[in-house]
Design a protein. Sequence first.
Length: 480
Amino acid sequence: MSAVLNGVYINGAWRAGHEVLEVINPATEATLARISVGDAQAVTHAVDAASAAFIDWSNSTGRDRGALLRKIAQGVSEQREQLMHVQSSNNGKPLFEAGIDVDDVIATFEYYAGIADAMDAGQDRPVALPSDDFSARLRREPCGVVGLIVPWNFPMVTTAWKLAPALAAGCCVVLKPSEVTPLAELQLAQIIADAGFPAGVFNLVCGTGLAVGAPLAADRRVAKISFTGSNAVGVQVMQRAAETIKGVSLELGGKSSLLVLADADLDLAVELACGGGFFNAGQMCSATSRVLVADSLVDEFLQRLQARAEGIRVADPFADDVEMGALINRVQYQRVLGHIQRGVEAGARLLCGGERPANLAKGYFIRPTVFTDVPLDSALWNEEIFGPVLCVRPFATEQEAIALANDSEFGLVASVVSRSVETTERVANALQAGLVWINAPQVIFPQTAWGGYKQSSIGRELGPWGLAAFQEIKHVIRSN
C-alpha cells in the first residue's frame, strides 16, 4: 500500500490528519491513494490561521495579490499534463476533458489577477448626492475569512472559480475539497504554497462533509461560505450558516433543456445534445438532459441521436479514442442505474443504453442512455440524475417548448438550436435560466457569470459578480 498523503495544509505547513480515507480510481475500482484527513479541530486551527492573516492580507495591494494569482496560473500551466492525469485518474473523465478543465483553471486565475491589478485605482469611488452639503464615497472591502466547499465533478475548476476571486478580493480562505476527488486540489495547494503566499492566507482541510464541512459552515469567525454541490447538502449548509448569520453563496442543481426548433441544423443539434448530456458522463449541474424537439424533426432527430449515442466510445479515460469515461463511484453508479430502472418501470421507452458496456467488467461505466415517452411527472424528467441520461420530448409550438423548459424547480442553463437569429434571441429571453447557449456547446468564460434562477443558485460566480461575492459594500458620508 502506498504512503499516506497529508491532506491538511494550515498556516503554510502540511499536517497529518486524524483519519485516513482511501481515494478510488473509478475506472478501475482500485485504490489510487490514501489521504490523512482533518476534523473539526483542524477546521478550528485553519480558521485561527486565516483570521490571524486577514488584516495584513486585506491591506495588501491589488497589484501584489494579482502577482501571486499569476504565479498560481503559471504553476498550473507548468504542471498541466500532470494535473490532467491526476484528474482523469481520480475523476474518471477522459484525458481531453481534463485538459479543458486545467485550461479553465489557468484562465480563471489569470482573469482575477487582472481584476486585482485594477483594484488599487478603484477601491473608493465618489457617489453623486442630491445635496451639496454632503459628499459620499463607496468603498468595497473583503468580507473576511471565507470557507469554500467544492464538489467532485470538476476537481480544481470549481475551486478556481471560488478561490481566485476570494484571494483577489483580499479574503483569507479555508478550502474543503471533496473527499472523493482531493488529489488535484492537493497538487493545487502545493502550487499555491510554492507561489509565496503569506502563511494563513490559504488553508486546506480534506475530509468528509460531516467532519469538516459542517464545522466550517458553523464557525462564527467565518464571514462567508461558498458551496457547490447538491441541493440537499446546500440546505444543510444554509442551516449551519444561519446559526451565525453569515453570508452564503450556493451553486446547486439543474435540470436543463436543449430546445431544437423546427429550422435547426440536425447534425449540430445531435452533437449539442450529446455534449450536453454525456460530457463528464452527464455528471454536470449544467447537463441539458431534457431535449425538446420540434414535432417535424423528432423522428429523424431520434434516429440520428440513437446512432450517435450508440457509437460513443465508453472506455478507460486514458484510451486514445475514448469519448466518455466512468461515473465517479459505486454509489453514483448504482443511483443512476436505479433511476434508469425506475424510469422503464414507470413507462418511459428506453431507446438505447442504460447498462454497463459489455467489454468493461470493472469500473463504474454506463452506456449513453436515451429515453422517449417520459411522463412529465417522472423523476427522469424532473430530478437531476447526474449521469449519462437524456430524455427526448416533442413539442408543437415555440410557446409549448418554452413552457416545458421553464416548468422546473431549477433554472441554471439552457441551449437553443435554430438558424433564425430573431427566433433564438426571443426564445433565449423567455427562458428562465442564468445562462443560455445559442447554437453553441457549453463554453464558459471567466468574464461571464455562472449561476441560475430558482433552486439552482444563490448568487453568481465568475466575472465581476464572482469578485463581488467576497466583498462588503461600505459608504462613507461626510458633511461639507
